[in-house]
Design a protein. Structure first.
Length: 277
């Protein structure tokens, strides 16, 4: 069902709000399409918010989608069900998977993307799709053509911090400092149980990473979760995946939610340039 169609000629992307059907019920999505050029790629984007907050109007998914659309990329943001009140893995993943399945029926060259908790969902869905195709020996399965993971949480624990990362911890704002206990609580709320926290489809950092698509990991200098992105990058390299990693200097974990941050523009440029390779 299409809820609204908002053309913005000359002022930004064409925005379509729509509701699709997922295994757990309706899933609202928002499609931002370049208004003056044929899209070069399509990304299904899952927003951040520690799995428990956020929506399509959150600064991060709305602004990054607008900026990427300006650069010729169609972005489909997903209003997945938030963890808590009986909602746990795999329900949020199912919503993101539903958006991907819907997108590949209409568009070619569809990738999965997300920020923070949304990056966990995107990566988890990518692992699920790969594993299903492998189990079914389905050589014709439609898989994501790429993964874009911004300030990602990819493990149910905080990996050891590098010496460089340890050195910047005192400069991280207290409300954006992810300590081991906090990461554990976030992971448990999302997973719903200690057993589920060990599921590689929930946290792709636990998975065998062979066969994943080309991946771009974007981290922030002043962010302890950078350790998760760095470990995932190293494991992808070991698995032979085409991986590119970039640390955005001078920003903290929440920089994509700052409506005035020039670093969001930089990030959109980085993503667009990488996709254009």
């Amino acid at each position: 069902m299409v809820d609204s169609l908002l053309p913005r000629p000359g002022k930004g992307p064409m925005i379509t709000n729509q509701t699709i059907v997922g295994p757990n019920g309706p899933v609202p999505i928002r499609i931002q399409t370049p208004d003056d050029t044929e899209p070069t790629r399509t990304l299904v984007w899952a927003h951040g918010g520690s799995f428990v907050r956020g929506d399509l109007d959150r600064v991060e998914p709305d602004r990054i989608a607008r900026e990427l659309a300006k650069r010729g990329i169609r972005v489909i943001t997903v209003d997945y069900r938030l963890a808590g009140n009986g909602v746990h893995f795999p329900i949020p993943n199912n919503d993101v998977r539903a958006a991907f399945d819907w997108a590949v029926q209409l568009f070619d060259d569809v990738g999965l993307a997300g920020a923070s908790a949304g990056a966990a969902l995107a990566a988890g869905v990518a692992v699920t799709l790969r594993d299903e195709a492998t189990a079914l020996r389905d050589e014709g399965a439609v898989l994501p053509t790429c993964l874009v993971l911004a300030v990602p949480l990819l493990h149910p624990f905080l990996p050891p911090l590098s010496t460089q990362l340890e050195a910047v911890v005192p400069s991280i704002p207290a409300d954006l400092l992810f300590a081991a206990e906090g990461v554990d609580a976030i992971a448990l709320t999302y997973a719903g149980s200690r057993e589920a926290m060990g599921d590689p489809h929930a946290f792709a950092g636990l998975a065998d990473l062979h066969g994943l698509p080309p991946t771009f990991v974007i981290t922030a200098e002043f962010d302890t979760l950078r350790a998760s992105g760095e470990l995932f990058t190293a494991d992808l390299e070991t698995a032979g995946v085409d991986i590119h990693q970039h640390c955005v200097p001078g920003v903290d974990h929440g920089y994509l939610n700052d409506p005035d941050s020039d670093a969001t523009i930089v990030t959109a440029d980085l993503i667009a340039d990488w996709l254009a390779r």
